[in-house]
Design a protein around this ligand. Structure first.
Ligand code: ADP
Ligand code: MG
Length: 320
């Protein structure tokens, strides 16, 4: 099977048809129309076999996750998903793998009304880059830089489950199905991101651990934070690991792949939080407050500050 037959067979009709796509997969470029009054939000993520996923993992889940990580960035900006492009580097043509990958990507694209409008296909070590394009009313995108002292710090869902599943897989253990799904099939918080427009003062998606990603909000906003560790939303299995370790919070604070949103909320909006959680269908937890001195504190339930190291994943930080 040649490159063009491969593209035609597996990659040319993924996601929904959209009226704003002037030209789809098949020409030198896609032609896309951004409606007046909207801005285009663009982000690209690369997944490398052996670095971001196990090379023999389920292709359907991989198709899902390849798009989900980009959608999570759109969620963090409050953007509505519209289009994606896909750069696929494959070691060989495996029809079953391609069909599964396309199916996983297609299902998530349909769920969010997105169209795959183009890409690039090459031969080499298995690598997947997805660029996502979303639309957001001009001037209304959520940024990292708007947090102010006194704002509440909030997170969606719960933290550390994907990192725990990964830890268990690396040890040769079999994670429970629910835990494994958190690693392999993250659900980007698209509805929440859009609902936070006009409410949140800053937002980020948690891909590299809460500590590092909240740190990006603090640095961009020139502020600090106190986070109450007892308020962190944790899955049962993650809470058990923290308890069994005698209070090592590194898993929920530094583990990657949560794809939840961390956002700051001016305190006058605090009463809206529970109605917001009901409306978007995901739990929202208040975990702390923004401070004016540029220090990040992790407060233990007994009122002392935790002195451990919560840092998240950085591809270049641990080179030999
Ligand atoms: P060109 O050589 O002009 O860059 P290509 O031969 O790379 O074009 O691609 C042909 C068409 O197929 C283009 O419309 C391109 O966007 C699309 N395409 C190529 N690879 C992919 C892919 N992995 N996913 C979706 N569309 C793809
Ligand atoms: Mg060309």
């Amino acid at each position: 099977m040649g490159e063009f037959e491969l593209i035609r067979t597996y990659l040319s009709d993924l996601g929904v048809r959209r009226a704003d796509v002037g030209l789809d997969v098949g020409d030198d470029c896609a032609l896309l129309r951004v409606p007046p009054g909207l801005e285009l939000a663009v982000s690209i993520d690369t997944l490398v076999a052996g670095v971001h996923f196990f090379a023999d993992c389920d292709p359907v889940a991989l198709g899902h996750k390849s798009l989900a990580v980009g959608l999570s960035d759109l969620a963090a900006m409050g953007a509505e998903p519209a289009w994606a492009t896909l750069a696929l580097t494959l070691p060989d043509v495996d029809r079953d793998w391609l069909a599964g990958f396309a199916r996983g990507l297609d299902a998530l694209a349909r769920e969010h009304g997105l169209r795959l409008v183009g890409g690039d296909t090459t031969r080499g070590p298995l690598t997947i880059s997805v660029q996502v394009h979303g639309l957001v009313p001009r001037g209304e995108a959520l940024r990292r830089s708007g947090a102010r002292p006194g704002d509440l710090i909030c997170v969606s869902g719960n933290l550390g489950a994907a990192a725990l599943a990964l830890r268990q897989l690396l040890r040769g253990e079999r994670p429970e199905a629910g835990l494994r799904a958190r690693l392999e099939r993250p659900m980007p918080r698209i509805a929440l991101g859009q609902a936070l427009r006009g409410l949140a003062s800053a937002a980020i998606d948690i891909s590299d651990g809460l500590a590092g990603d909240l740190g990006h909000i603090l640095a961009a906003s020139g502020v600090g934070a106190t986070v109450e560790l007892g308020r962190l939303p944790l899955a049962r299995q993650v809470a058990e690991v923290v308890a069994a370790s005698g209070g090592d919070w590194a898993l929920p604070l530094g583990g990657g792949d949560d794809y939840e949103l961390c956002f700051t909320l001016p305190s006058e909006h605090a009463p809206l939080l529970s109605a917001l959680a009901r409306r978007v269908g995901c739990p929202l937890a208040r975990i702390g407050v923004i401070e004016s001195d540029q220090v990040q504190r992790w407060r233990l339930p007994d009122g002392m500050d935790w002195q451990g190291s919560p840092m998240g994943f950085d591809h270049f930080a641990r080179q030999p």
